[in-house]
Design a protein around this ligand. Structure first.
Ligand code: NAD
Length: 335
């Protein structure tokens, strides 16, 4: 007699998620229920009958949704991402609902995308691309600077920040880092761990790679921007809430911030991962950002490599199979 399939309600899924998850789950007996919609109070009932849910960065796993999942008999929350700021962990713990994630899939993907944003902004590649296609071969306004010799500040030297720091060392940059846990291996390679204020004051490029937590919410605000070098390049591929967007817009207007690269945005949940090209964007703060010639925004795509999607799917399926077999769970997120 074959055992019944394990039903997994997977939210915020796109065709590419389904392709990689289905391939990874082949032969495991997992039965997917695919939902394009985000998990929130309005959609949580779709998880009825599921043993586990599978979620992404903008699903709203707040107290009400977790309690509803618990009432439906859902026994496990699996995340297809490393970040877990979208989950009310104390409530999950109180309900005895384990939350597992994919702590590491490809730090290279995010670090390399961050470098892409740095180069794009520095050399104005976003403008050059359009110009050349329109037969405009003028260089006016495209003047950049050598990365070699510049000071790069890395805030958070975990898996991604460490990789980004290593790449920037390869460009010949002076690399400063700030992290509560200094990394001896990075120090040995020439990275200088310094207090945040020193990093902000001395860096030509500041790149954020720390998690979003209450302590890091709006880490970059008007006061911290004022401590930066005039004309600094700020890059955030971590989480939108690290940056006070209104303060950044004010600093772009004065030139205090000279270049801004974002892959994440505080209110991205209402925008990113969807085709809004025929929609009027209601978010005036976001729309203002897009008017600056020295701002490049990508829509949370830093993780988006084939390698990363394979690794995310493999770890997600491992997490589900361990749960189904009653084996110890890897990658449990602790409150
Ligand atoms: P990680 O846990 O390996 O590293 C985070 C580091 O930040 C740790 O070393 C920690 O000590 C440090 N840190 C904590 N508080 C800090 C503070 N106040 N100041 C400075 N450093 C602090 O995480 P990771 O895998 O390197 O991911 C980093 C961030 O990137 C996470 O926020 C994650 O959500 C985000 N991320 C984004 C994407 C994307 O597609 N844009 C993809 C994956 C991860």
């Amino acid at each position: 007699m074959t055992s019944p399939p394990m039903i997994v309600a997977a939210f915020s899924t796109k065709p590419y998620d389904r392709e990689f998850l289905e391939a990874a789950a082949a032969g495991t007996g997992i039965e997917w229920r695919w939902f394009e919609s985000r998990l929130d109070a309005a959609t949580v009932r779709l998880a009825e009958g599921a043993t586990a849910v599978n979620c992404f960065v903008n699903d709203a796993l707040d107290a009400a949704v977790l309690e509803h999942l618990h009432r439906l008999g859902v026994g496990l929350v699996t995340l297809r991402c490393a970040g877990f700021n979208q989950v009310d962990l104390p409530t999950a713990a109180r309900l005895g609902l384990p939350v597992v994630r994919v702590p590491e899939y490809s730090p290279h993907a995010v670090a390399e995308h961050t470098v892409g944003l740095v180069l794009m902004l520095d050399r104005r590649l976003h403008k050059a691309f359009n110009r050349v296609r329109e037969g405009n071969f003028s260089l006016d306004g495209l003047l950049g600077f050598d990365l070699h010799g510049r000071t790069v500040g890395v805030v958070g030297t975990g898996k991604i920040g460490r990789r980004f720091a290593e790449i920037m060392l390869g460009f010949g940059c002076r690399v400063l880092a700030h992290d509560p846990q200094a990394d001896a291996a990075l120090t040995a390679r020439g990275v200088h761990f310094v207090p945040l204020d020193t990093l902000l004051a001395e860096s030509h490029i500041v790149s954020l790679h720390c998690p979003l937590m209450p302590a890091t919410h709006h880490l970059i605000d008007a006061a911290s921007i004022a401590r930066m070098k005039p004309g600094v390049m700020l890059v955030n591929t971590s989480r939108g809430g690290l940056v006070d967007t209104r303060a950044v817009i004010a600093a772009l207007k004065t030139g205090q911030i000279g270049n801004l690269g974002l892959d994440v945005y505080e209110e991205e949940g209402d925008l990113f991962f969807e085709d809004k090209s025929n929609t009027i964007i209601g978010d005036d703060v976001f729309s203002r950002l897009l008017t600056f010639p020295n701002v490049v925004v990508t829509a949370h795509q830093a993780f988006f490599t084939r390698n990363a999607l394979e690794a995310i799917a493999a770890q997600t399926v491992r997490n589900l199979v361990h749960f189904e077999r009653g084996e110890p769970l890897e990658a449990v997120v602790k409150a």
